[in-house]
Ligand binder design. Structure first.
Ligand code: SF4
Ligand code: ZN
Length: 302
């Protein structure tokens, strides 16, 4: 006998250990969408005239993010959604995800901007990491992609920059910042405030567990790429992910409580903690915390 949805008696497709609920496809979709709408309403206040830039890699998180934002705001003529894909130049990997990203934007009729590290920085990520072995690929990739996303978002006049971070990503990052005692980063993770030159970040999926983002993509038959980046072995995050997952399985709801605790305290910490002064990078003009931005530093520009 199949297990039934606790809301409507149809066949359940998932058991949410943290809520104690078995739910069917319809109620699962409803639940994910409710969480996302609530997050947007409470934290990101999308308003008339907003241009929402969406970082679209073609993986499940960003595909679900774009689909959901289009579902919620697609009918609004006073809000524009633009997808941005960064092609870092990772041989054998990015081509596939790029194809999925193109498929989704053309299906949804969403403007899609694709820009590459090669065009922007003269080198692909593969070339950069082969030439400079001091840092791992992810250090280059993360900094340069963030910088390029912000630059493009500014160019198109975007008022928000949405990324597909899910609950697992958020809980892991919060724990990593705690383990590293990194208060600066902790504050930067906090609910966004407007800073000139930096497009406001939004993470509408931050209350949806990773497993549910994947299931949402599957039940809605969204085109997404499941392959993993060949560089993906950031050691500390892997250990923290295992630790958080272990806690979650023994104490369901841990990921939510890590996030809730953080959301409640970060504002208080930020008030007491000296804020870093912001300036413009002397080479590229991007907003940053030193005279030279991280991206230019990594690229050896001076
Ligand atoms: Fe970039 Fe690292 Fe992510 Fe690969 S795993 S896309 S190198 S940040
Ligand atoms: Zn149901």
């Amino acid at each position: 006998m199949s297990i039934k949805c606790m809301k409507c008696n149809r066949d359940a497709i998932i058991f949410q250990k943290y809520s104690g609920m078995h739910i069917c496809k319809r109620h699962f979709i409803e639940d994910v969408e409710r969480k996302v709408k609530l997050t947007i309403r409470k934290q990101y206040k999308i308003e008339k005239g907003d241009i929402i830039a969406v970082a679209l890699s073609g993986g499940k998180d960003s595909v679900v993010l774009l689909y959901l934002l289009h579902k919620v705001f697609g009918v609004r003529r006073d809000i524009e959604i633009v997808a941005i894909t960064i092609d870092e130049g990772i041989a054998g990997y990015r081509e596939e995800t790029l194809e999925k990203a193109r498929k989704l934007t053309s299906e949804l009729g969403i403007r899609h901007i694709v820009r590459s590290f090669k065009d922007e920085y003269d080198k692909t990520l593969d070339e950069l990491t082969a030439q400079e072995r001091k840092l791992g690929a992810c250090s280059y990739c993360g900094v340069l992609r963030k910088s390029l996303l912000n630059k493009i978002a500014n160019e198109i006049g975007a008022t928000k920059l949405a990324t597909g971070h899910n609950l697992d990503d958020e809980a892991q990052t919060i724990m990593m910042n705690h383990l590293g005692g990194d208060v600066d980063r902790m504050i930067r993770l906090s609910p966004p405030r407007a800073i000139e030159g930096l497009v406001l970040r939004a993470k509408p999926l931050r209350k949806v567990p990773e497993k549910e983002v994947a299931l949402y993509a599957i039940v809605n038959e969204l085109p997404f790429d499941m392959s993993e980046c060949p560089y993906a072995h950031e050691a500390l995050r892997g250990e923290v992910r295992d630790m958080v997952n272990e806690f979650e399985s023994r104490h369901p709801g841990t990921k939510y409580s890590i996030m809730r605790g953080f959301d409640k305290t970060v504002g208080i910490i930020a008030k007491e903690y000296p804020q870093t002064e912001l300036s413009k990078c002397r080479v590229c003009g991007e907003t940053c915390t030193a005279s030279l931005c991280q991206a230019c530093k990594l690229l050896g520009r001076s």
